[in-house]
Structures are given as C-alpha cells and as structure tokens.
Design a protein around this ligand. Structure first.
Ligand SMILES: CCCCCCCC/C=C\CCCCCCCC(=O)SCCNC(=O)CCNC(=O)[C@H](O)C(C)(C)COP(=O)(O)OP(=O)(O)OC[C@H]1O[C@@H](n2cnc3c(N)ncnc32)[C@H](O)[C@@H]1OP(=O)(O)O
Ligand SMILES: CCCCCCCC/C=C\CCCCCCCC(=O)OC[C@@H](O)COP(=O)(O)O
Length: 278
C-alpha cells in the first residue's frame, strides 16, 4: 500500500514541473501578446504622425480620422469582430459628450471602430509620454488631464466646454476614470457630466459588452473574440444646472450598467439578490 502512495507522490512530483511550466508559459504568452499589442499601437502611431503633419501641419481634430484609419488595422491583427447597434444615434448636428466604459488597453480597437468625425478623447497625461502614441494623440487633439490634480483637471475640462462649442467637437470621456475589467462598471466620476451641462450639449452613452469570454488579465486569457457594442440614444442636458450633475451621472450610470449586463448576457447580481431577499 505504502508503495502505491509513494508511486502516486512520485507521479505528482513529476507532473508538477510541466504544470508550473505551462502556467508560466501561459503568463508569458499573455504578456508577450499585450506587449506586441502596445508595440503595434506605437508602430502605427509612428506611421500616422507624418500623415497627420502633412494633413494639418499641427494639432487638429481633423487628424483624428487619420489616427482612426491607422487604428482600425489592429482589429484584424488581433482577430476582434464588432457587432454594433445604434450607430445612427451619433447622427446629431453639433457637439456632444460621448461616454463609454473602459475595460482595457484593447478598448482602442473598439474606440476606432465607431469613433465619429471630429471627436477627441480626454486622456491621462501619462499617455503623452508613450512615445509616438502620445505624440499622435496630441496631434489629433486629445486633451490631457492630470488626474492627481483635480482642480487643474476641472479647469481644463471647463476650457474644453468652450472649445467644443467654438470648434464643433465631440468629446469622448471614460467616466470610470480608469481601466476596469472586473465584470461591472466602476462608479462614474462627474467630469463628463459637468462638461455636458456647462456646454449645454447632449450626452451619448456607448456600452461595450464585457470582454470576459476572450480577455482576462488574471487568467492570462487573450484570444480572438466578438464584441457587442451599443450606442444609446442621446441624453439631453438642456436647462440642467451644475447642481443637477449628480442625478445626471446617476441616470447615465444606471442606463449604461443595465445595457452592460444585457450585452454581456449576465444577470444584474444586485437585482438578483434584491429579488431573492423579497
Ligand atoms: C494610430 C494607431 C493607434 C494607436 C493608438 C494610440 C494612440 C491613441 C490616439 C488617440 C486615442 C486616445 C485615447 C485615449 C484614451 C485614454 C483613456 C484614459 O486616459 S481614461 C483616464 C483619464 N480620463 C478621465 O479621468 C476622465 C474621467 N474623469 C473625470 O471626469 C473626473 O471627474 C475628473 C478627472 C475631472 C475629476 O476627478 P475626481 O477624482 O476629482 O472625481 P469627481 O468625483 O468627478 O469630482 C470631485 C468633485 O468635483 C466636482 N467636479 C468634477 N468635475 C467638475 C467640473 N468640471 N466642474 C465643477 N465641478 C466638478 C464633482 O461634482 C465632485 O464634487 P461633489 O462630490 O459632487 O461635491
Ligand atoms: C520612443 C519611446 C517609446 C516609449 C514607448 C512607451 C510604451 C508605450 C506603451 C503603450 C502605448 C500604447 C498606448 C495605447 C493607448 C492606451 C489608452 C489606454 O487604455 O490608457 C489607459 C488609461 O485609459 C487608463 O489608465 P489606468 O487604468 O488608470 O492606468
């Protein structure tokens, strides 16, 4: 009997190194894929920089269509397909604030898939130092903010409210304020909503389904996949005042969260537990 246990233990010990190796290999493969994705972003950006300079001679939102054209190459390389609903909701005259959920660096593919003309994003200032990617984003009119200095970020956003009206721009904000891949939306920051109220422009919410079936950082998962996207009808802000920013935030958050669960085929866990408690 003892021999049997020893044999089993021996077999387990023999199996352990290849299993550990496979695990390490999975982590390595995931890392390499992410690094190659970022490298491709940087490479495409380096190619787009001279085209932007030739097109506009400097910083201009018109350059965003060049960046979008280069950026659309990435989905073919990484085998991502998109199923978009409600694209007609972008067809509005004049400026607006677009808000969407932000899961990962892969969002660049989903962004360029549906990005309307003359639409610039709000980005963290650290991105400015991402070599050619930072430069091309600057040339295409991306607005950089320092998230650690809230008062500076707010005054930059207040300037954006003026510029978007003057230059007929759409502004894309990730109201979660950071990447989040936890299968839910983070509570929204209020900057996007103050911006829309200050400029008195509508908000267009955009929701990307959860990436969990093909991308998960903690499980080293990064495969090809299909991403459902929904552009929701505009939310008007006419006649809203600064004190309405919180309820506007709440309204958009609830709407987007519901759509997020619908698109991701997941029941709303909180609603589920409320029902169970009744
Ligand atoms: C060529 C090929 C391809 C290559 C690809 C590469 C090239 C790419 C090129 C091009 C694409 C570029 C794509 C870039 C993507 C980048 C993504 C990111 O970087 S996401 C991170 C940064 N974005 C944000 O953070 C925005 C969202 N954040 C906000 O809006 C925040 O609200 C913020 C930063 C303005 C302030 O943050 P708080 O942490 O202080 O949070 P709060 O709770 O919202 O504010 C605190 C109080 O201040 C008031 N407040 C906020 N904003 C206000 C305002 N504007 N006016 C007055 N009050 C305001 C609020 O009401 C709140 O007060 P009460 O709690 O209500 O009393
Ligand atoms: C010549 C020097 C070359 C330096 C190369 C630096 C390495 C460049 C690395 C990546 C370039 C790809 C940039 C793609 C744009 C990604 C946008 C993005 O997803 O940003 C994350 C940000 O939303 C939220 O950040 P956090 O989740 O708060 O963190």
């Amino acid at each position: 009997m003892d021999g049997c246990w020893l044999l089993l233990l021996g077999a387990l010990l023999l199996l352990l190194p290849p299993l550990l190796l496979m695990e390490a290999f999975g982590a390595l493969r995931f890392r390499l894929k992410i690094i190659s994705y970022c490298a491709l972003c940087v490479l495409l950006s380096a190619l787009a920089v001279p085209v932007c300079l030739l097109k506009s001679g400097g910083r201009s939102a018109d350059n965003m269509s060049v960046v979008r054209a280069f950026g659309r190459v990435m989905k073919y390389v990484y085998g991502m397909r998109f199923e978009v609903k409600g694209l007609e909701n972008f067809n509005i005259e004049g400026p607006c604030v677009v808000i969407s959920n932000h899961q990962s660096v892969l969002d660049m593919m989903g962004l360029f898939e549906i990005l309307p003309d003359r639409c610039v994003q709000i980005a963290k200032k650290e991105l400015l130092y991402a070599g050619p990617a930072g430069i091309v984003a600057y040339l295409a009119g991306v607005v950089y903010i320092n998230r650690k200095r809230t008062s500076d970020a707010k005054s930059i956003m207040a300037e954006v409210a003026q510029t978007m009206l003057k230059e007929n721009l759409k502004v894309w904000v990730y109201p979660e304020g950071t990447r989040n891949n936890n299968g839910d939306l983070l509570p929204f920051k209020k900057g996007a909503f103050h911006l829309a109220i200050q400029a008195q422009v509508p908000i267009i919410p955009v929701v990307y389904a959860s990436y969990h079936t093909f991308y998960n950082q903690s499980r080293n998962l990064f495969r090809t996949g299909k991403i459902k996207v929904e552009v929701l009808p505009r939310v008007e802000t006419k006649d809203l005042m600064e004190e309405n920013a919180s309820e506007l935030t709440e309204k958009c958050y609830t709407m987007m969260r519901e759509t997020f669960f619908q698109l991701s085929n997941k029941a709303d866990e909180t609603r589920g537990s409320v029902l169970a408690a009744q």
